[in-house]
Design a protein around this ligand. Sequence first.
Ligand code: ATP
Ligand code: MG
Length: 678
Amino acid sequence: MLDLSRLNPQQLAAVQHTEGPLLVLAGAGSGKTGVITYRIAHLILDKKVPGDQILAVTFTNKAAKEMKERVQHLVGRKGSKGVVLSTFHSLGVRILKRDIERLGYKRNFSIYSTADQVGLVRQIVREINTTDVKYDAEKIIWCISGAKNKLIPPDKYIPSFGDDIDFMAAQVYPRYQSALKAFNAIDFDDIIMLTAELLQHHPEVLKYWQERFRYIMVDEYQDTNSSQYLLVNHLAAGWGNLCVVGDDDQSIYGWRGADVGNILDFEKDFKGCRTIKLEQNYRSKGNILEAANAVISNNKVRKEKRLWTAAGSGPPIDLCIVQDDEEEATSVVERIQLERFNRDTPYSSFAILYRTNAQSRAFEEQLRFEDIPYVLIGGTQFYERKEVKDSLSYLKVIANPLDEVALLRIVNFPKRGIGDGTVIRINQWSIEHECPLFEAFGRVAEIEGVAEATREKVLAFHRTLLDAAQAFAAEGGLAEKGAELFKKLKIEEEIFRTIDDAAAARRKVENVEQIINSMAGYAERIPNPTLSGFLEKVSLMDEDRFSGKDKKDHGRDAVTLMSLHSSKGLEFPFVFLVGLEDEILPHRRAIYEDFTVDEERRLCYVGITRAREQLVMTRALYRKKYGKLQERIPSRFLEEFPASVLNVQQSGVVKETSPEEEVKSAENFFSKMKEMFG
Ligand code: ATP
Ligand code: MG
């Protein structure tokens, strides 16, 4: 029997309501994710439901991993066997792997990253743009992505009137989509869109998954977009045992098409649904909670809820006013050292949260300088580095020879004397003959206008890939084969040959070695490791980057650095919320372009409520921009903090001004702004 005595009456009711639709709508730290993990344990231990009939979906890999750990803690590793605890994207890939052929793709499809998308869109724009106007590929991708999240197919896409970019996007979208299909590739939005399509139009597939998942749970439901919503609804329509939990105050993905209406309309969508509210917060000390409640109450459109805690008020929230970026980093790192010295706090108790990934640099430098281990979540993505992408592209082509973006990356990496002219010629021929590019390389003898010597080089390249594919198809360890391939290709030599700075070259070589290490790690963890399986893992990785040192930092006692968006659902005893300035939090774009300051306030609320014991906020008086110092304005959210919970300090010493004055100065500023902008 599972011990449910820890749960409060509302939590208990949510855990035991296993049949029929259930909505848990509640504020931060009230145990929503806990309800999901307890439900899973209750289903397995008390209701004897086989693990593989249970599905729980969340947004980030880290959240999925933590949920898995919590479930294992309750029912043991063996007990939780078969339970599918995954992100929306891994769930989509799982479903597509089985049946994507019905949509005209092959099962060994590639998953394109943003960089791959940009490359492809640029190429298409070059082909169709007859004017001098320059188009920003990322903006076009943004439009296409928006359409996909709303499940609008290329032929139904209607651009907004008078919007040039959108007009271009409408032309690019159909070509982009057919190119992807020809390359047997899908992008991130396709993962969800195609899955929804598969379930919608193929009843046998739908039936299979509906029967399979008898109990479905979704965490952070407030952040689902239309396609995710549809996906969940399809799956749950079978048994009707759907439990969603979320908090409208933490809806922070509106910019990516998330629709908070999904959670607010749940009661309408699922007739006979039971709704449970949780109001006790178990995470944060009183002062932190009071601040969170106060800040979020400034949003007009929300479901009113008031969280309370039985914990004491705890220490006040520190607001450190620092001179500039550098001092912000040193003061945070000093505080970490001080806490460690005074209270023996482990590094893993600290998190530094920021609005934009670019803010991490100063903190990283300072942590490295002080030799403090840290883990950076998100940010400059390891798998987006050139040398890593190049090397990985070999593996991609071997797994999916139709992947032309990857193929074109490696034609001349390492340099093998196949010029652009030749590649263009072969590409043309392949289009004229409707022959995949990879095959065209092998048939170069038939292509006119390619010099004899070049032909040999092209054939040698083609041969290398075929041999490698054969090697990977044979028995033996994945990592060993990868290492052998990279050695044969002389990637290391190429890096040292082309990069002058020896230390930089060394780092790049290490990065390539890191691919092999992660292959080895993957092969150890998975029962039937395959090359496509590995590449899929890599594509779906939205975090777990490396911390500048090496992967040994993983699982070690380390400070966490991440954006507010990635911190959703997590908690830390000690949280630094940095850069509380206007144009950072709230973000510049939200103030002047999108007018989504409310969403920024929710982001601020998410940040505050990650803290258990202590929250420290920072704001700088000046910051360097393009090498020049610029005066900064305090975040408008600061004036929403109750003065009674704030302890304002300037540059390490207690500041002369009282919190009230600090708030006053912010107020003055805003009235000035209002005058200026109306
Ligand atoms: P968020 O909105 O940030 O995702 P949440 O509602 O999912 O938060 P949880 O992460 O499930 O909240 O729980 C927050 C903390 O409260 C966790 O540390 C959890 O262990 C603790 N907690 C939850 N319920 C109880 C309880 N009944 N008794 C003691 N501690 C609890
Ligand atoms: Mg949660």
